[in-house]
Design a protein around this ligand. Structure first.
Ligand SMILES: [Zn+2]
Length: 303
């Protein structure tokens, strides 16, 4: 694929050598000066507990019980980026900044409410504007997260999904590109896992439900190695998968996620019209409802 995706490139650590992050640099500068878009507060109550894992941020890897019924199924809901890692930053047509990390948390919080009411247990990678793992001093440089910090944080998310006993993993991101007219919905999965068929089915269910709700251009379902092939160098290239979805690789991904998973990019926040939807509570609810519908369809269909 010819397009350069800042958000995913970061997730892949493609940024190591690419010199990609024109957008990311902008993102990091904006992060310090722009007010955050408030996420929906997660009403955790007594039904919430932190999964036992070393080195977690406060409010990270939180297990939430169903609020209605009980399906004995747990969904890991990952709000991409957070804390020092803003992800992609775009602006709406009215020049309001939308940070990927805020939009992902808002959608994740709304999705958790919907899934819990459907009878699912939910493990949220984060419930606040933080990374999932507590960053060490060496994980940031002049207020920006380093690539090793991103790598540690992504590995911690996969570990959280495992430790939380998740049956399915949903990682929520938003896309970015240098051309603001580029937009649409796309979803990624890993085809190298033993449960690749389930990954693909999950990704397709999420993609079609998102496209139906949002009406944005359908950019399709992709495997994470298709994404990696043209772009990566260094460790990222030799791995060639998204860290949260891919197989184990000693020293790089020591504890790979153990359940079917997909990474969704519902919209481009670098497209002003799509940033408007991504930064708006009604749009975030629509995305959450699309994800819920995709998960329900995946869970109801025969394997
Ligand atoms: Zn992202």
């Amino acid at each position: 694929m010819a397009l350069l995706r800042t958000a995913l490139a970061l997730a892949l650590l493609a940024t190591l050598v690419l010199g990609v992050p024109r957008l990311l640099d902008v993102a990091n500068r904006l992060a310090a000066s722009q007010p955050s878009v408030a996420a929906v507060p997660v009403k955790t109550g007594t039904a919430a507990s932190q999964v036992l894992l070393a080195g977690l941020e406060d409010g990270a890897c939180i297990r939430l019980a169903p609020t209605r019924g009980h399906l004995d199924q747990t969904v890991f809901v990952d709000a991409g980026h957070g804390g020092l890692d803003p992800g992609v930053v775009g602006t709406t047509r009215s020049r309001r900044a939308v940070q990927e990390k805020d939009a992902t948390l808002a959608v994740a919080s709304r999705l958790a409410v919907l899934l819990r009411a459907d009878g699912f247990g939910v493990v949220m990678a984060r419930t606040k504007d933080t990374t999932v793992t507590k960053l060490a001093g060496s994980d940031s440089n002049y207020g920006a997260i380093t690539y090793s910090g991103v790598h540690r944080d992504l590995a911690a998310r996969a570990e959280c999904a495992n430790a939380g006993g998740a049956d399915v993993l949903i990682s929520i991101h938003f896309d970015g590109f240098s051309d603001p007219t580029v937009g649409g919905t796309e979803t990624f999965y890993d085809s190298a896992r033993p449960f690749a068929a389930a990954n693909r089915r999950l990704a397709s269910s999420l993609q079609s439900a998102l496209v139906a709700r949002l009406g944005a251009p359908d950019r399709g379902v992709w495997t994470d190695d298709q994404l990696a092939a043209p772009a990566l160098t260094g460790s990222g290239q030799s791995y060639g998968h998204l860290i949260e979805l891919g197989p184990g690789s000693p020293g790089w991904v020591d504890h790979p996620s153990r359940m079917p998973g997909a990474l969704v990019e519902p919209l481009f926040v670098t497209n002003p019209s799509e940033a408007q939807i991504a930064g708006d509570p009604a749009g975030q609810q629509k995305i959450a409802e699309g994800l819920e519908a995709g998960i329900l369809k995946f869970k109801s269909a025969p394997a």
